[in-house]
Design a protein around this ligand. Structure first.
Ligand code: PT3
Length: 431
């Protein structure tokens, strides 16, 4: 089972990718050194799934999939079971051997594939032993996975919508050179995709879905139509990776993050800061979020550590919070994007691998919104204000002209009426 190694992406890579790739390949074991692991946060993508949808001319429609669209496959279940087992190995001695409801809290988006992935993962992390075996025929025990309805989810379902300021930033992103160039160089290709798929709309932003469908079909040994050559798949893959960067980066990454992944960063930083209270009895040791590729990208873009490549199935971004031997606190990040390999260390730009907590908070502060709802409103820029002033002035002039015209007409009418009476009066006098 391969989760896929990073490969070059479209845009020029940020220094963070270099840091990520040049980093030491073996992660520090949580128990290593003089530091003590205190709290862990995991954000993972669900496992292998069926496609979200088919394109109109697709020979494989929904009935080609055992559970229909968007569902976790058995391969996806195995991927998460394996991740859970790897986490059990990594955190042996930190987590209790038996499930302890006080030490772990698991949250998922309200989607079948993420809920099921969390369950498969927990089966690997907490196989029951001793008194927790409730049925000798199954090496599994139920463990709660919390969720909120999609419409109320403001933490894990990205991109978060209903944000006019974000919409504006996305429109402005379409004016960037990188986007315009890509549009121009992809025009013929997108026309070809549109013709073959029967889609009305196949743009740089929407074509990821065609790649997604074809990718799932390939993974599940389905025959692809003749137009889908390896070159076509490669171009679709690049466009799909670009669409992730486009959503959360490329232009005004920091501001986009304040409206998107920065919310999750703020939440994680808050939980880590709470874990710094060493006098807590039965402290929470692990917070787990089961989510999507977009969740990991939004998070990594906010942290400025996104490599530009779609996170593979069951990939996992790890935050480890330590108490150092001198009593200070540090945060270390890791990214597991390949089955069977230790997670890669990820360094927050501007900090060290074991980043002092206060530096971690200071560096991430610019992407954590204070009041997202307010920031989502479109603020009046100086240009907007000037436009409003000019508009008002023009309206004012027009109104004055209208009043002046009205006044003149009224005066003339009055003169006319008075003149007529005068003639009558004159006539009366004469008679
Ligand atoms: O595969 O991780 C993924 C996707 O995020 C998927 O889970 C999803 O929800 N896509 C949204 C399609 C509109």
């Amino acid at each position: 089972m391969a989760l896929g190694l990073p490969s070059p992406s479209l845009s020029s890579r940020t220094p963070s990718l270099l840091l990520l790739l040049s980093a030491v390949s073996v992660a520090s074991h949580p128990a290593a050194g003089d530091r003590t692991l205190r709290f862990v946060t995991l954000v993972y993508r669900h496992g292998d799934r069926s496609p979200i949808k088919a394109y109109p001319n697709d020979p494989h429609q929904e009935n080609a999939w055992p559970q229909g669209f968007g569902q976790l496959s058995q391969e996806g279940m195995r991927q998460h079971l394996e991740l859970g087992q790897a986490l059990r190995r990594r955190y042996r001695g930190f987590l209790d051997e038996s499930y302890n409801r006080r030490e772990i809290s698991v949250h998922s988006t309200d989607v079948d594939r993420t809920l099921m992935s969390a369950e498969a993962n927990l089966a690997g992390l907490y196989p029951p032993n001793g008194s927790q075996v409730f049925n000798p025929n199954i090496t599994w025990q139920p463990i709660p996975v919390h969720t909120v309805p999609h419409a109320e989810d403001k933490l894990l379902s990205f991109p978060l919508l209903d944000c006019p300021r974000y919409d504006l930033l996305m429109n402005e992103s379409k004016k960037t050179d990188i986007y315009v160039n890509l549009m121009n160089t992809s025009k013929e290709f997108l026309d070809m995709v549109r013709n073959n798929t029967g889609l009305k709309d196949a743009s740089v932003e929407t074509v990821w879905s065609v790649h997604d469908t074809l990718f799932c079909e390939t993974k599940h040994n389905m025959t692809l139509p003749a137009w889908v050559t390896p070159d076509v798949m490669e171009r679709l893959r690049k466009l799909k990776d670009f669409s992730f960067e486009f959503m959360f980066g490329i232009y005004k990454r920091e501001e986009k993050s304040r409206l998107q992944g920065g919310i999750l960063v703020g939440h994680i930083v808050k939980n880590i800061s709470d874990a710094a209270n060493l006098s807590a009895v039965d402290p929470l040791k692990m917070m787990v979020y089961s989510a999507h590729d977009t969740t990991i990208v939004a998070l990594q873009a906010a942290l400025n550590v996104f490599s530009g490549i779609q996170p593979p199935y069951a990939s996992c971004h790890i935050f480890e919070f330590y108490v150092e031997s001198n009593g200070s606190f540090t945060v270390a990040m890791f990214y597991r994007n390949e089955t069977g390999k230790e997670p890669y260390p990820v360094t927050l730009p501007g900090c060290t691998q074991f980043c002092p907590l206060e530096d971690f908070i200071r560096i991430t502060k610019p992407v954590v919104p204070e009041d997202r709802e307010k920031e989502c409103q479109i603020s009046r820029t100086l240009k907007d204000t000037a436009e409003v002033v000019v508009g008002l002035a023009v309206c004012g002039c027009l109104l004055s002209l209208l009043i002046a015209l009205l006044f003149t007409v009224l005066c003339r009418q009055r003169d006319h009426v008075q003149g007529y009476r005068h003639v009558i009066n004159e006539g009366d006098e004469r008679s």
